[in-house]
Design a protein around this ligand. Structure first.
Ligand SMILES: [Zn+2]
Length: 220
């Protein structure tokens, strides 16, 4: 029996939600792409169900491989994956950020978290630093989403203390900031000394204005 133009949805054996769009206009070509959380595969109508099943499975595999390759080289995808992993390990997934990305216009801050949109952004200056330092800033921003009403208060600190190298990372980053201060000319503006556009609920995780003092861990 040959298929008619229609759309069917199911979940495959690996748990991937699949939508198959059978189109009368399509003659031979098949395409596949993620749309939100669903893998959408467009196929010509009029195939046998058996042929369609094989072609769809093949296309799903291809798209999955492409996505895997993409996230291996896409720094934002890598960072988002790291954030999910850390959120699961440290906070049982409670931070649940909506997006996590590197930004280059955030020179005065190591990181920020928007409590409304749940977006996390890290300064790409961190990318030259050790993984455990990057992880610390990520843990800091995730902890803000876990304890959104606590600022840098005791509950926030308790959450953040699940990250094992808070102390070391503060020392490392204080050292970097100190060097940055020393290199700046008196009266000069820090590069990129601009507020992030339009969001009023951004956490300022300053690296230039003594933002680390509150942790009580000065570097010597
Ligand atoms: Zn903070």
């Amino acid at each position: 029996m040959r298929t008619q133009p229609s759309t069917i949805e199911y979940v495959d054996e690996k748990g991937t939600p699949i939508r198959v769009v059978r189109s009368a206009k399509r003659k031979k070509t098949i395409s596949g792409a993620w749309k939100q959380d669903t893998m959408v595969v467009s196929v010509p109508a009029g195939l046998t169900e058996h042929a369609e099943r094989l072609l769809v499975a093949d296309m799903v595999k291809k798209v999955m491989r492409k996505v895997a390759r993409g996230s291996a080289t896409d720094p934002d995808a890598q960072l988002a994956a790291r954030a999910r992993e850390m959120d699961a390990q440290l906070f049982g997934g409670r931070a649940d950020p909506s997006s996590v990305s590197w930004v280059s216009n955030q020179n005065r801050r190591w990181g920020s978290a928007s409590l409304n949109s749940r977006r996390i952004r890290l300064s790409d200056r961190l990318r030259a630093m050790p993984q455990w330092v990057q992880d610390y800033v990520l843990a800091h921003e995730l902890a803000h989403l876990v304890e959104p009403r606590d600022g840098h208060g005791p509950r926030f600190k308790a959450a953040l203390s699940r990250y094992p190298r808070v102390h070391d990372a503060n020392i490392f980053l204080s050292g970097v900031s100190h060097g940055y201060h020393a290199a700046a000319k008196p009266g000069a503006h820090a590069p990129g000394d601009l507020p992030l556009g339009g969001e009023d609920d951004i956490d300022d995780f300053d690296d230039l204005d003594g933002g680390f003092g509150e942790f009580g861990q000065a570097a010597g």
